[in-house]
Design a protein around this ligand. Structure first.
Ligand code: AMP
Length: 189
């Protein structure tokens, strides 16, 4: 597992702990000699993550849709892919990465990490997916998913595909042990 795709807020969020966590993940990626794949913004947690990973000496690959291209000035050592659409971008980020992590974020972040898990549960890939749950930011999402299991829209095995930890080292440890469940997605009545 060398290439880690991170989804996170293009805003910094209200709690300074979020930016600290983005920096911690950037450092950890660099220390482990991993490559960061991310959405290319220099703003918010995305910017914090990329700057810290670069500072630590990590390879950073950014995948940007054309519409954002002129808004972002990247240092020349960031490998930049410019694509036409958001769909192409997510597909490229998926192809480039061995695993997916979400830090706190908004709509974009939720949509991106949940799509990776959606593809995993239909057996489209076996790459690990996890959330860094900083200061309980994702507690309500996990409660919501647990309720979806109770209501029989999600299998418990699929719910567990979305791993969770409070720090990067713990999440990487879980990733190293991850085996994608081989189980049908569909539940009856
Ligand atoms: P959000 O969580 O709504 O702030 O959206 C963050 C996610 O959407 C990131 O993981 C990016 O892939 C994408 N995204 C949102 N804003 C930008 C931006 N200004 N530049 C590049 N990607 C962005």
């Amino acid at each position: 597992m060398k290439k880690i795709c991170v989804f996170c807020g293009s805003s910094p969020g209200a709690n300074p702990a979020f930016a600290k966590a983005a920096a911690q993940l950037g450092r950890e990626i660099a220390e482990r000699k991993m490559e960061l794949i991310y959405g290319g913004s220099t703003l918010g947690l995305m910017g914090e993550l990329a700057r810290t990973a670069l500072k630590g000496g990590a390879r950073v690959t950014a995948v940007m849709p054309k519409v954002f291209e002129d808004k972002v000035q990247h240092p020349k050592f960031v490998k930049l892919h410019i694509v036409d659409t958001m769909h192409q971008r997510k597909s490229m980020m998926f192809d480039l990465a061995d695993a997916f992590i979400a830090l706190p974020g908004g709509m974009g972040t939720f949509e991106e990490i949940l799509e990776m898990v959606t593809w995993a549960q239909i057996g489209f890939h076996a790459k690990p997916c996890g959330i860094l749950n900083i200061c309980g930011y994702y507690d309500k999402l996990f409660a919501f998913l647990d309720n979806a299991v109770k209501e029989r829209f999600i299998r418990p095995e699929h719910r567990d595909m979305l791993m969770c930890d409070v720090n990067p080292a713990g999440l990487f440890e879980q990733f190293s042990k991850y085996k994608a469940p081989k189980i049908d997605k569909w539940l009856d009545g």
